[in-house]
Design a protein around this ligand. Structure first.
Ligand code: NDP
Ligand code: 2IT
Length: 451
């Protein structure tokens, strides 16, 4: 590493010694910035990197709520407001037992550059709680969300910070959170995105991350004279991002043969067609069931997850792979398996799904890697369009939003591929995304002085 970026990284290690995920996100970012740091003396002079790795504000709070037995439960809530350099803080809320400050900070950090890439005026933030929605009744989820928002509402606002969904936060949770915000503030404001279509949501927001992932991958493939038609694809996860990734791949003539959750995976060699996908949507979004039930219904193999072994999902012959579950779901051995099986493209639907080692293996083996900051930016991009529609008090048609999304993803591809060629090397989209995302935020920070 360059001495300047090394110094920033060392500072993070000593200040945040236990924040492994945050360190990982900062490290891979700084490796890209290394390639341009000598050409940007103003970044060093104004200590832009030192400021970028320190959140503008972190809010941590108690979330007490009553379970169905009438007992008080206590969770921890977070909102990391990382950067408002180019717009109000913007980013999702995650409800998962693994949530801690390190995970919140890594997600908020990534969000800053992702949002910059969308071309829309949004800063970066992330929040959530270690609350586990699994096995909870609707009423318990509602009481949790109301308590969470009772504190969060004083830190957010349509021009301040606009949260949305992430793992464990979908239409149901956004509804409960929105209702509580409105009740406390007496304001019908565009303070959350991913809202229901009846109360200010945008068409195509549920689809946006998965569709956007496929649009960006399509743009990369097009340059290589490849496409989805007849291609076999691996998708992990079975939640929001995974579902709409499958939907769009099907629409483009591809075939998806896997899905998973944290308990296990299914392999369906015949392909997850639209009828089976609609079963998955109901299973996951309405019944809140497990992917194992897919195997039971369609009589296909189910493999239980064993976390001490490489994930079998990444050890199947296919053309393209789309990790859409969670961070670090592709480790060294998984990357070696993907390469061995001749995978041509990995599109990151999840945030930071590849470990540092696995990214190195994939890129050095010539696998096209579409990094999360660019590849999954479609979700937050349509969130940005939802904010615009709320401000205009208008609703755009699904066709218009989808068209805008496609335009944004194509533009992201153009920017990251140009940045890769100019500052790093052709097709290094990791460097391309980091550098293109960074430039705008950096210039805005310098223009605004030491804030
Ligand atoms: P959902 O909650 O809808 O689905 C998450 C899926 O991933 C579930 O299948 C879940 O399985 C699985 N999963 C979650 N945690 C783990 C884990 N620790 N190990 C194995 N599997 C796990 O979330 P989303 O689809 O919204 O999010 C998926 C990824 O995409 C996340 O990384 C998120 O940050 C990212 N993302 C989401 C966006 C959005 O708009 N929603 C936008 C951009 C990125 P189980 O049911 O067993 O927990
Ligand atoms: O990681 C992400 O980009 C999201 N979870 C979506 C954020 C948003 O504000 O729509």
């Amino acid at each position: 590493m360059h001495s300047q970026t090394e110094q920033v990284y060392q500072q993070v290690l000593s200040r945040d010694p236990n924040e492994r995920e945050f360190q990982q996100a900062v490290y891979t970012f700084l490796l890209s910035i290394d390639k341009i740091i000598d050409e940007l003396p103003e970044v060093t002079y104004h200590r832009v990197l030192e400021r970028m790795v320190e959140p503008e504000r972190v809010v941590m709070f108690r979330v007490p709520w009553m379970d169905d037995e009438g007992k008080c439960q206590v969770n921890r809530g977070f909102r990391v407001q990382m950067s408002s350099a180019i717009g109000p803080y913007k980013g999702g809320l995650r409800l998962h037992p693994s949530v801690n400050l390190s995970i919140m900070k890594f997600l908020a950090f990534e969000q800053v550059f992702k949002n910059s890439l969308t071309g829309l005026p949004m800063g970066g933030g992330k929040g959530g709680s270690d609350f586990n929605p699994k096995g909870k009744s609707d009423n318990e989820v509602m009481r949790f969300c109301q308590s969470f928002m009772t504190e969060l509402c004083r830190h957010i606002g349509p021009d301040t910070d606009v949260p949305a969904g992430d793992i464990g936060v979908g239409a149901r949770e956004i509804g409960y959170l929105y209702g509580q915000y409105k009740r406390i503030k007496n304001e019908f404001a565009g303070v959350l995105t991913g809202k229901g279509i009846e109360y200010g949501g945008s068409f195509i927001r549920p689809e946006a991350t998965g569709y956007g992932l496929v649009y960006l991958s399509e743009a990369i493939l097009r340059d290589k004279k490849m496409d989805f038609n007849g291609a076999t694809c691996l998708v992990s996860g079975s939640g929001n991002v995974a579902q709409f990734t499958v939907e769009k791949i099907n629409a483009l003539g591809g075939k998806v043969i896997t899905l998973s959750d944290s308990s296990g995976m299914i392999i369906d060699e015949a392909g997850i067609d639209s009828e089976k996908l609609s079963f998955v949507k109901t299973l996951k979004n309405v019944k809140r069931g497990r992917i194992k039930e897919y195997a039971e219904k369609y009589g296909v193999p189910y493999i239980e997850r064993n976390n001490s072994e490489p994930n079998p999902l990444w050890n199947i012959k296919a053309d393209y792979a789309f990790p859409c579950a969670t961070q670090n779901e592709i480790l060294k051995e998984d990357a070696l398996n993907l390469v061995k099986n001749g995978i041509k493209l990995v599109g990151e639907g999840a945030n930071m799904p590849c470990s540092i080692e696995s990214e190195e293996i994939l890129t050095s083996s010539g696998v096209l890697l579409a990094p999360a900051k660019a590849a999954n930016a479609g979700g937050v991009a349509v969130s940005g369009l939802e904010m615009s529609q709320n401000s205009q008090r208008l609703r755009w048609t699904p066709e218009k939003v989808d068209q805008e999304l496609k335009g944004i993803m194509n533009n992201i591809y153009k920017n990251i591929s140009e940045a890769a060629e100019t500052y790093s090397k052709k097709d290094n989209f990791i460097d391309g995304a980091n550098i293109a995302g960074f430039m705008k935020v950096s210039r805005a920070m310098i223009a605004q002085g030491y804030v």
